[in-house]
Design a protein around this ligand. Structure first.
Ligand code: ZN
Length: 340
């Protein structure tokens, strides 16, 4: 049985000044500053993680939801992987709106400075209806491979990198919300970027990134006007999207991702609404935020399905294309290299 180690405070303490908190030191050799150009993620490794998560779901009633055996086994898997990499995982428990206790997990890769941090997050819980392999073991697998690759590097990244494995995204985006709520203004200031990775294994994906300039809302308005739709019918929706908080640093991240995907000849969809529907939501307007999501939307009867088998029992490894994982992984590495 897995008994989570409970840390009630001091998470991320090494890069934030926290009175009374003990700094956590990782035994990473300080090496000269060199661009970590050789970090290369590997989709085959990510697929192995997905196989492990699929087995965890299979062995635990078909899902990996917050507070379930499958959820705890998923947490244990992440912690064991950190151990294998020679890193320490920290857990921070919280309670969601259903009074279920979840566990956020953090793994830190020390950078040349511990005063600035790039936070990369993916939720590891699934819905109760399925194993959640694309949504979002795919994002977790990307983070795990990144963790191993960064640890294997001989050079330190510029900023300290914190990998955040959120729990209870599927129930109220509770894990990331709890974490952000507890950050001080100084800690928020130290976060150079929050990069959210959610559903990145989708086959034939429409790659969606955060639309910081909200130009997609203007485009949508123009299209709806041209179609003759009454303004009163679409205005509340567009106003809602326009009121999504932004940070001055969002646009630089969006531009980096745009440049990366342009180089890969991938057409992007820029989207505002997805930002409020994942672990980006609590960070909006507080720190520079960006996100990578891969959808493949189609109407399923009256219902819009974001990707095949979305939130269903069939969200298995069958739904995942390693090429999508590789593309998302390369995009995250590109961001890490370019964030100043
Ligand atoms: Zn989901």
């Amino acid at each position: 049985m897995f008994v989570p180690k409970i840390l009630t405070a001091c998470v991320l303490s090494s890069m934030f000044v926290l009175g009374g908190c003990q700094s956590i030191q990782f035994n990473q050799a300080k090496t000269p500053s060199v661009e970590s150009a050789s970090v290369q993620l590997n989709a085959a490794n990510m697929m192995q993680h997905l196989q492990a998560f699929e087995k965890i779901a299979k062995d635990n009633g078909g899902n990996r939801a917050v507070g379930t055996k499958g959820g705890l086994a998923s947490a244990k898997y992440i912690i064991d992987e950190a151990k294998k990499a020679g890193l320490q995982a920290q857990m921070l428990p919280f309670e969601n709106r259903e009074k279920v206790v979840g566990q956020n997990i953090f793994v830190e890769i020390a950078g040349q400075t511990n005063e600035s941090v790039v936070l990369i997050g993916a939720h590891y819980d699934s819905v109760k209806m399925g194993p959640g392999i694309n949504d979002n073991a795919s994002g977790v697998a990307l983070l795990l491979d990144l963790m191993h690759q960064l640890k294997a590097e001989r050079t330190q990244p510029k900023h300290t990198i914190v990998l955040a494995f959120w729990d209870s995204e599927e129930t109220g985006i509770a894990g990331s919300q709890d974490y952000v709520k507890k950050l001080s203004p100084e800690q928020l200031k130290g976060i150079k970027a929050y990069i959210n990775v959610d559903m990145v294994g989708t086959k034939n994906p429409d790659v969606m990134i955060a639309d910081a300039t909200k130009s997609s809302v203007d485009d949508m308005e123009k299209m709806l006007k041209e179609r003759g739709m009454a303004e009163s019918d679409y205005k509340p929706l567009l106003d809602g999207m326009r009121s999504v908080p932004t940070h001055a640093g969002d646009i630089a991240l969006e531009n980096m991702l745009s440049a990366f995907f342009k180089d890969k000849k991938v057409t992007l969809k820029k989207d505002v609404s997805t930002l409020t529907a994942s672990d980006t939501a609590p960070f909006l307007g507080k720190v520079p935020v960006t996100s990578i999501i891969m959808f493949n939307e189609k109407m399923n009867g009256d219902e819009l399905e974001f990707a095949p088998c979305y939130h269903k029992a069939c969200d298995t490894i069958e739904q995942v294309d390693p090429k999508s994982l590789q593309l998302a992984g390369d995009a995250v590495v590109y961001l890490l290299k370019n964030i100043q």
